[in-house]
Design a protein around this ligand. Structure first.
Ligand SMILES: *[C@@H]1O[C@H](CO)[C@@H](O)[C@H](O)[C@H]1NC(C)=O
Ligand SMILES: *[C@@H]1O[C@H](CO)[C@@H](O)[C@H](O)[C@H]1NC(C)=O
Ligand SMILES: *[C@@H]1O[C@H](CO)[C@@H](O)[C@H](O)[C@H]1NC(C)=O
Length: 341
């Protein structure tokens, strides 16, 4: 029954004019000029979020007599082909870390779609499904995008203190990853403004401006200002980090506490003091809304606002606000804790 439904929807998805070349048993005249085995993808950009399972569609019109399907991740910076899996009939070999979380869906006899389970931040990017069929290989490409949030990051030492490698690490330590240009671009359309330049994953440096002004690149049109590619070791900037959905949740615990007490409080409740990325993810995906400044793992103090209100700092827009890095001895704040439960 499932197969019948799959086959039916397969027929129905073709425009009228192509119908005649299909025979009822699902076979096809595959020698027509310009014939392609792989169907064009319905959506070239697939959206998902961290922790989800996602399917990258790749469907054959019909099956050649003998063939393999090869899935690769496209990485222009890496000269080696990054193979995720290859199928040959019903056998496949898995190659790398992503392979261990991926398998072929095989929803029906023409299905070569790949499922990625437990999506990670590193899975974002472009993928290729390639039909290896003797002389004429065919392929299609898809882009996997994660829904999430970009946040600028400065360490406690202040502005422009991170070279590229330190920026990579800083984002990782906040449960995030250096953002890509498309991620920064999307964040800018959603209202991100930062008048300091920060590293992106590809080693370029940018900053997003909504209200143009003299100290932030001049009074020209709003947009993403760029410094281009910088020296990864010698040049230092801020970082733009990206994070996506969170397994578990973040909650607030009332102070006043100093930093040491804050760490203790979360621990005594079987949780951990939250990282900056975890607070952003909770704000974005769980709509965490608190008018209280709380310590975070990096010893910064922040508060997540969904509904702006006067007696809550008076900020006009939703966002995660920061009090910077107060003295760790100050007994003034609550704490944000993270727990898997
Ligand atoms: C993803 O798939 C695995 C099995 O392949 C399943 O155990 C898990 O619950 C799924 N996760 C989600 C978020 O659906
Ligand atoms: C999913 O990935 C995360 C991070 O890589 C890992 O901590 C977690 O154990 C994984 N979960 C499953 C069900 O594989
Ligand atoms: C925080 O307060 C406790 C006393 O409640 C004190 O023992 C500890 O040294 C303080 N820590 C810091 C970093 O000020």
């Amino acid at each position: 029954m499932r197969r019948l439904v799959a086959l039916l929807s397969f027929y129905l998805s073709f425009p009228h004019g192509e119908f005649r070349i299909y025979r009822m048993d699902g076979s096809i005249q595959a020698d027509a000029p310009g014939f392609r085995y792989l169907l064009d993808p319905i959506h070239e950009v697939i959206h998902t979020k961290r922790g989800d399972n996602v399917t990258l569609p790749c469907v054959l019109r019909t099956r050649p007599k003998s063939y393999k399907v090869k899935w690769t991740k496209i990485n222009h910076a890496d000269p080696l082909e990054n193979i995720i899996l290859i199928t040959n009939g019903y056998r496949h070999k898995n190659y790398n870390q992503l392979s261990r979380r991926s398998y072929l869906r095989r929803g029906h006899r023409h299905d070569a779609s790949m499922v990625i389970t437990n999506v990670t931040l590193e899975d974002e990017g472009r993928y290729r499904c390639q039909l290896v069929n003797g002389l004429e290989d065919e392929s299609l490409s898809l882009t996997l995008r994660l829904d999430g949030v970009v946040f600028p990051y400065q360490p406690s030492q202040g502005r422009y203190k991170l070279n590229y490698y330190e920026a990579l690490l800083a984002c990782e330590q906040q449960d995030a990853r250096l953002a890509t240009y498309p991620q920064l671009y999307q964040a800018w359309t959603e209202g991100l403004e930062w008048c300091n330049a920060g590293w992106l994953l590809d080693g370029t440096v940018h900053y997003p401006i909504i209200v143009p002004r003299e100290p932030c690149g001049g009074n020209i049109l709003p947009g993403i200002r760029t410094y281009g590619t910088k020296d990864k070791v010698k040049d230092t900037f801020d970082a733009f980090c990206f994070t996506s959905a969170l397994k578990g949740h973040v909650y607030f615990s009332m102070g006043p506490m100093n930093y040491t007490e804050a760490v203790q409080r979360c621990r005594s409740q079987g949780a951990a003091i939250a990282k900056v990325g975890q607070l952003y993810a909770a704000w974005m995906f769980a709509r965490l809304d608190r008018c209280d400044g709380g310590w975070l793992a990096d010893a910064s103090v922040r508060l997540p606002i969904i509904i702006p209100r006067d007696r809550c700092g008076g900020y006009p827009d939703p966002g995660v606000r920061t009090f910077g890095f107060p003295n760790k001895e100050h007994r003034k704040y609550g704490v944000y804790c993270y727990t898997l439960k």
